[in-house]
Structure formats: structure tokens, C-alpha cells
Design a protein around this ligand. Sequence first.
Ligand code: SF4
Length: 280
Amino acid sequence: MPQQTAPLVELEAKSPFELRQHHSENMPETALRDALARGDMGFLHSFTTGSCVDGPGVRVVAWTAGCMWRCLYCHNPDTWNMRNGLPVTIDRATEELRKYRRGLNVMSGGLTLSGGEPLMQQRFAMRLITAAKDMGIHTCIETNGYFGDRLSDADLDKIDLVMLGIKTWGADRHRQLTGMDLAPTLTFAQRLANRKRPVWVRFVLVPGLTDDAQSITQIARFAGELGNVERVDVLPFHQMGRYKWMELRMDYKLHNTEPPSNEAVESVCEQFRAFGLKAY
Ligand code: SF4
């Protein structure tokens, strides 16, 4: 496949909330498959800098395109389709990251791969993570864990932090919320615990969807027993992604869902703290 170089202006986006579509629309299926198999090209929604909420310190975030889950509250549904992503060579992504190396180290930050679901393109993800490690940059991946078995133990050892999304508890409830099974996420969480790899759990609090007290208690118990969960981020649902569902003419079911109150978020944090976890 010919190497593609995209102008810098296309790589940058103001934020992951910027709607992006069709960047790889014309790429032949075989070329896309080859790129995924080799990992020498990835498909990015955007590449943002200066994030303080996607891991420790100040982060560069590569937002990958492609996700097989269908969370009802997803605020980035334009990242579901890999063909919405911009094709970026591993050399280009590495070169871009190198520009921020010194600043990231000074600000105790690093690289975060988020999405979408980064493990949809795990070869590219691991090549970029390896490049970051070679530059002495802290590495983090934000994932739903479903494809955790695509990573070898050696891969896991190169990832300094996994931010693992646990959406809800119970097989049926999870499938209703995300369209997918919960079990692979929990298996991945257990494997990370067995290898003593640092994990932050991310839990999105959506009134009426994920705020069932029993489910939260079960997630908290599970996370507390793992022994490697450094913190839990309780993320309040918001409506910032609603316009994307509208623009994409998708069936958005949460028009009438309000963000949780600060008290509700704090109460869920307390549920996690009751199992010995730090929760924010
Ligand atoms: S796993 Fe993340 S990117 Fe995928 S549908 Fe759910 S919220 Fe959206």
C-alpha cells in the first residue's frame, strides 16, 4: 500500500467532540485490512494535545476510529466507523508525538490512546505505544477491554496504565446498554490484575440507565477485589454528543436524560470508596 501523508491541519481537531466523517471512505477494503494487519497505518478521529482528563498529567491523545460497541450514551458515535477516521502512517504519528516528548515529561504526562476503541486496531496501537516507550513517554490506553485478548503479555508490560471502561453489571443489562457481552471486559480486568498492571476504572453515571445501586455495588466489589485499581473515575453523563447522533441521523434514545446531580455523583463515589477504592 502506498504510504499516505496527511497534512497536519487534518490531524488536529479542536476536541473529540468535533464531528468527523468519511476520511477513509474511498480506501479499498483490501488496503484497509492490510493496514490493520501490519499496523503501519492507523485510523484516527483526531490527535489532540493538552488534555488533563485522559490519564495522569498533561496528555497527547490519539483518538482512534472504530468501535464495535453501541453504547446508548456514546458521545462519539462518529468514531464507530473506522472509515470516518483519517489514515495516518505510524511514522507520521510517531513524528507528531516526538514534538511533544520534552513537554510531556516536564508535565508528568504522556500518550493516551482512546477512541472509539483502540484495540480495534491493536497492531497500530502497540506500534505507537512502543514508539512512545522508546522515547521515554508514559503510555496509557483507554479501552472497553473487549479485545484485550489481542494483546500479548509483552504488550501489556509496555502499557503503563489501562483506563478500563466498565459500563454496567449483569450480562443482559450490559447487552442492552452496549450491544455486547460483559464477560471479555471482566476477563481482561482479571488478567491485568494477575499481571499487576495499573488500572483506572471509568464508569459513566447515566440517570435511569447505569445508576442502579446494586449494579454499582457489584462493579465496586469486583474492582476492589482486583487489587490493581488505582482509582475510579465516575463520569457524569452529558449531552455534548447529542448533536452528532442528530447529524448522523442515528436513533438517539437519551434526549430526555438529564446529567446526574453533583450529589448523585458523590454518592456513587462513596459506593466505590466503601470497597477501598479511590473514587473521583
Ligand atoms: S465503547 Fe466507547 S466509543 Fe464504543 S460505543 Fe461505547 S462509549 Fe462509544
